[in-house]
Write a protein of this length. Structure first.
Length: 264
């Protein structure tokens, strides 16, 4: 078996906690070869995004062409795509290069800074969701994608009705599970509660790990279970004290804080 090849189509985080940097760490921890198509660059730390620079779509497409033409991709994931124009360019390429795809609909950074214009959300729904193997919103993002404020099962049904093949809603208000819905079956994925403040990069780590498992041919349900476990451990082992905000998660680090992980 060759080494699984995983591609992140996302934005760079200069602080190293989220975005492209978090995805590469997660791919490496999963023993996959990680590749990138960077769509933008942020001047970012643990407290805020200070500036954002968006790359031109021709350069984004060139990165995709370069990777697919020579190396190949067993699974891909998207993160913060920043604009409707970029979403359309990425969707156009992926429509011509079918790939197991995890769409992490990053609408805001964990610091609260917006990462996708509201008008671009409809473009993401109509052009990118139908290409995705699974979409991984948190509860707030699921409500935006569904266009309504509702309970998780109803949100999942609405998102699938809008074009997604499957949806994995992570977390929730008082929930101890992630909710996976493939259009016909609901599966509750157990999660663990972690006492820790190093949470920067949680969503990126989860979606990148999920993509890595799909690249191996793992079933979606088992991939979701593994991604939840890896993410909880990454928070528990996170680098508290790095920066003045939420520290970065530490995926694949030697266990040293497992006592902070407990089943909810």
């Amino acid at each position: 078996m060759t080494t699984p090849r995983c591609l992140s189509i996302a934005t760079s985080d200069s602080g190293g906690g989220a975005g492209i940097q978090a995805d590469i760490k997660a791919f490496t921890a999963a023993r996959c070869h990680g590749m990138t198509a960077i769509v933008g660059v942020t001047a970012q730390n643990t407290r805020a995004i200070l500036a954002t620079y968006v790359l031109p779509t021709w350069m984004i497409s060139a990165q995709l062409e370069a990777v697919y033409d020579d190396i190949g991709v067993d699974a891909a994931k998207t993160g913060a795509l920043l604009s409707a124009e970029i979403i359309l360019a990425v969707a156009d390429f992926l429509a011509r290069h079918p790939t197991p795809l995890v769409v992490d609909p990053v609408l805001r950074a964990s610091t609260g800074a917006p990462l996708l214009d509201p008008e671009a959300v409809d473009v993401l729904i109509t052009s990118l969701l139908p290409l995705a193997t699974v979409v991984t919103p948190n509860l707030a993002e699921a409500r935006v994608l569904a266009g309504r404020d509702d309970e998780r099962p109803a949100l999942a049904e609405r998102i699938v009705a809008r074009g997604a093949h499957a949806v994995l809603i992570t977390g929730g208000e008082g929930e101890g599970t992630d909710l996976l819905f493939d259009g016909s079956t609901y599966v509750e994925i157990p999660v663990v509660w972690v006492d820790g403040t190093a949470t920067h990069g949680t969503g990126c780590t989860h979606s990148a790990t999920l993509a890595a498992e799909l690249a191996r041919g793992t079933s979606l349900t088992e991939a979701a279970r593994h991604a939840a476990e890896v993410t909880a451990t990454a928070i528990a082992q996170g680098f508290e004290g790095i920066g003045k905000g939420a520290g970065p998660v530490a995926v694949g680090q030697a266990a040293g804080a497992s006592q902070r992980v407990r089943t909810r």
